[in-house]
Design a protein around this ligand. Sequence first.
Ligand SMILES: Cc1ncc(COP(=O)(O)O)c(C=O)c1O
Length: 327
Amino acid sequence: MGAPFASAVSSGTAGLHLALRAADVHGGDEVVTSPFSFVASANAALYERARPVFADIDRRTLNLDPQAAAAAVTERTRALLPVHIFGYPADMQAFERIAAERDLAIVEDACEALGARHADGPAVGARGHAAVFGFYANKQLTTGEGGMVTLGDEATKARIDSERNQGRAPDMDWLDHDRLGYNYRLSDIACAIGVAQLQRLDESLAARAQVAERYRQSLDGIEGLELPCADAGGDVRGWFVFVVQLPPGVDRDDTVRALAASGVQSKPYLPAIHLMSFYRERFGHREGEFPVCEDVAARSLALPFFPQLDEGQVARVCETLRATLGR
Ligand SMILES: Cc1ncc(COP(=O)(O)O)c(C=O)c1O
């Protein structure tokens, strides 16, 4: 990817936790992040007793909206945590400007974005901020469970390497520990699987992009159905899932049932984090706070998506969806 340093960890969640610790996020701090993400990106701040502060998302990319994020920054904000959701690059230039103006750290959640590239050149995860990738079974590259933090500087790597391994420094006597650490190591067996996966990564990413393109062509023209945004301005998505937004007013549960009855699996994906019961109860979040996120979360549906999905299977999914929506 071109990142000078990296640290393998036991999961994307573990990587986010260690990256926030390395950014000196402490109790009472705030971390501005996206409510349209997998819950782990917000939970990671809570592990350090910091508060995840949400801001609404951009309707096209579904990523954290930089303007909304800037408006959510307070004197307690310590870090920005943008998420490259569904593998589409977040607007890092904008977040870098906000971070420079307000003296904030940046931690990128790139768990879904292996293979993505920014319009201004670097691969997602190679801009010098800590960026966290996930290697769970559904990801572009998998080790079963696992993750990787890519980094721009050696001191941060040394800290993360130590904290993933119970707080040991590299030059220490056996079983001496000079800081608090965790067992967030990626196992050797998982690493071996990852190395083998890496050899197939380009092929697998290309196959995913081809499946996505077939979906795009076959679903074109269904009234009100929104497809994942096309690459624009030089940004390149690393294809992870194919999530459509159903036309407004369509009952999603009925759609899922009708697709299932025809043998097509689908899932609502993703729910808004701030409306999850734990977040409502802990922080008093309510409907209406982040209208774009809530609208997108209410209409999003993940369709079958994996590199081996062939042309006939894509056609069958699309015909079934078209017929279901046309009823
Ligand atoms: C956006 C996002 N963040 C964080 C994670 C957490 O990664 P993991 O499941 O490897 O802990 C995931 C994936 O599961 C994810 O999709």
